[in-house]
Design a protein around this ligand. Structure first.
Ligand SMILES: CC(C)(COP(=O)(O)OP(=O)(O)OC[C@H]1O[C@@H](n2cnc3c(N)ncnc32)[C@H](O)[C@@H]1OP(=O)(O)O)[C@@H](O)C(=O)NCCC(=O)NCCS
Length: 283
């Protein structure tokens, strides 16, 4: 059994793994984004040339996120998952990541605890179709490329690390699904989303100076896409983000994953201006 760096031609296998798990938002395009950003920390486990599993690491600032850890069902229980995780941690550390974060589904939590990760807080997933207001909000517009520098500054201040690559790529891939809110000439909130299956949007990140602004963006997105279901990831450490999703009528899944960390530092995205996670694999 060999663990090696992913290659572009492995992306179909990787997308097959996420599809088999029914992780609808983790499309081939999303995986490709992670791969282009950091190919040396995206891994394949293989035996005699047959791919058996994947794991994708993403350096973010002085830390990193790990996501997409999947082993094909027939190969599970033989420590491939553990080896993929350990190799990913080693490679991220070699690139300078001090602290490493991930969202662990309850079944996988023991695997992560054994690797030294500790639980931080539940990382909730809310689902539902928000109610749509009838009035337009003139402060909100679809994000344009020229807005990205200002948005990146706002994101960096609240998220706590540079994720400009992902913001730019999201806008390039889904130009109609990013919104920004401008008050007195200054961008004070933005939201980015992506398709999740045929009838849902995975909404996040949402960064806003106040909960009201985050709410205005979510309602505006709902008005632009009537009837679309929303999937929104919210860390329990942000009570106003939790309250907002409840107010909009979204429902949490019963047994959410755990945000976990290897290291001491609070993870990027835990601040009060972060109203939705971008994706568990990259914060
Ligand atoms: C998680 C996963 C990658 C582990 O792969 P693996 O090669 O079986 O892992 P290992 O043999 O190194 O370790 C087994 C551990 O995986 C975890 N695990 C077992 N079944 C699992 C499942 N269906 N889903 C998630 N984790 C599981 C348990 O912690 C198990 O430890 P235990 O045997 O002491 O209970 C694999 O089960 C999988 O692909 N699950 C589906 C996708 C998933 O949930 N990924 C994790 C997302 S956070």
């Amino acid at each position: 059994m060999l663990i090696r760096s992913m290659r572009a031609e492995d992306l179909d296998f990787a997308a097959g793994c996420t599809a088999a798990e029914n992780w609808q938002s983790e499309t081939r395009q999303e995986l490709e984004t992670l791969f282009i950003n950091s190919p040396q920390t995206c891994l394949i486990a293989e035996s005699s040339g047959d791919p058996l599993g994947i794991c994708m690491g993403t350096p973010v600032g002085s830390g990193a996120f790990i996501g997409e850890l999947i082993v094909k069902p027939a190969a599970r229980g033989r420590h491939l998952g553990r080896r993929l995780l350990e190799e990913c941690v080693d490679r991220l550390r070699a690139l300078g990541a001090h602290d490493i974060y991930l969202d662990g589904v309850p079944k996988a939590v023991p695997l992560y605890l054994r690797a030294g990760f500790a639980k931080v807080c539940p990382s909730h997933r809310f689902h539902g179709t928000p109610s749509t207001p009838s009035t337009a909000d003139g402060r909100i517009a679809i994000t344009q490329t020229r807005d990205l520098i200002e948005i990146a500054r706002l994101d960096n201040r609240h998220f706590g690390a540079d994720r400009n690559f992902f913001l730019e790529r999201r806008l390039a891939l889904y130009p109609d699904l990013s919104l920004m809110l401008r008050e007195k000439g200054v961008i004070t909130a933005f939201l980015s989303s992506r398709p999740c299956g045929d009838d849902q949007l995975h909404v996040g990140p949402i960064i806003a100076e106040t909960p009201d602004l985050a709410r205005a963006l979510l309602e505006h997105l709902a008005a632009l896409h009537p009837g679309k279901g929303f999937v929104v990831g919210v860390l329990e450490c942000n009570p106003s983000a939790l309250a907002l999703t409840h107010e909009l009528g979204l429902t949490p899944v019963d047994t959410p994953p755990w945000r976990m960390r290897l290291g001491e530092m609070e993870n990027p995205g835990a601040g009060p201006g972060c109203f939705a996670v971008g994706s568990p694999a990259k914060g």
